[in-house]
Design a binder for this molecule. Structure first.
Ligand SMILES: [Mn+2]
Length: 296
């Protein structure tokens, strides 16, 4: 199937493509390059709802869908503690409340996938500052609460596992672990978001990891091993596309490369051009194979 591509807008804002400052320029560029959608940040308390609606309408008027809302979890992004595994109950509850507000926002806009992640404000590597067993228990409590809330509102929530340097080293770093957590909680509204940059660090071959995630895959963040445009690192994206096909993934691939190099426009153009080239190659190989077997 032809893949659909989207852009994690906050990643582009790091490189100067700030959708809140210049929505027309950023969104017209993205639509012009052939993208199908854009993933907005969900910040119900910080982004004025009228402004949010105005800017998402610009996207829709350009034919861009909104397949996912990005949660701001890391300290650099959130600017505060939003730690779903915090030992301090007030901090943990604050993070859960933030997630619920975002889920309400998603429910009001046709239920795009909402991303949650586990990231302490100040990551400590190689050993987390809190025992992993406690981190795990606290996160499970938060994830169950969020899944129940999301399920009542029919909003799909995807856990994005974060690599050991940015998340909690030793818990919820790989796609495999996220899948185990999701299966343990067992809600139809809870799934996994695989970001290839994180998976390249934490999982084995990505195609195998995707096969394991299988039907629990709700969303994908697209980046090469260097967190830059696909094709500029050492991941095998032809193999990844085949794995996505094999598990029947129907969702979007959202470019999440940061900081965007050499600049956000070039990065977005390079990314989609490369992926579409691989898709064309795969299609022509399939066609060739079909005609060869017909002649035989
Ligand atoms: Mn990501």
């Amino acid at each position: 199937m032809a893949r659909k591509y989207s852009v994690v807008l906050v990643a582009m804002s790091i490189g100067g493509g700030d959708v809140w400052k210049d929505p027309d320029l950023v969104l017209e560029t993205i639509a012009g390059l052939g993208y199908d959608g854009v993933d907005f940040d969900s910040e119900p308390d910080r982004i004025d709802p009228r402004r949010f609606e105005e800017v998402t309408k610009v996207a829709e008027s350009l034919g861009l869908k909104i397949p996912a809302l990005v949660g701001a979890w890391g300290g650099w992004h959130a600017g505060e503690d939003r730690d779903l595994a915090a030992a301090d109950e007030a901090v943990r509850a604050h993070a859960v409340t933030y997630a619920k507000k975002c889920i309400d926002q998603a429910a009001g806009m046709g239920s795009p996938v909402y991303e949650i992640a586990l990231a302490p404000r100040n990551p400590s590597y190689p050993f987390p500052s809190v025992p992993l067993e406690i981190v795990k228990q606290n996160f499970l409590k938060s994830a169950r609460e969020i899944a129940a809330y999301a399920s009542e509102r029919r909003v799909p929530v995807a856990i994005e596992p974060i690599n050991r340097f940015e998340g909690y080293a030793g818990f919820l770093n790989s796609a495999l672990e996220a899948t185990e957590v999701v299966e343990r909680i067992g809600s139809d509204y809870l799934g996994v978001l695989v970001d290839f940059f994180h998976a390249n660090i934490e999982d084995g071959p990505i195609a195998e990891a995707l096969t394991r995630v299988g039907k629990k895959l709700m969303h994908v963040h697209l980046a090469d091993s260097n967190r830059q445009a696909p094709g500029t690192g050492h991941l095998d994206f032809s193999q990844i596309l085949r794995a996505l096909e094999a598990i029947g993934y129907q969702g979007y691939l959202s470019v999440d490369c940061c900081p965007p190099q050499p600049d956000w426009r070039t990065l977005l153009k390079t990314s989609i051009d490369y992926m579409k080239m691989l898709e064309r190659e795969a299609a022509s190989r399939a066609k060739e194979k079909a005609s060869t077997s017909y002649r035989a």
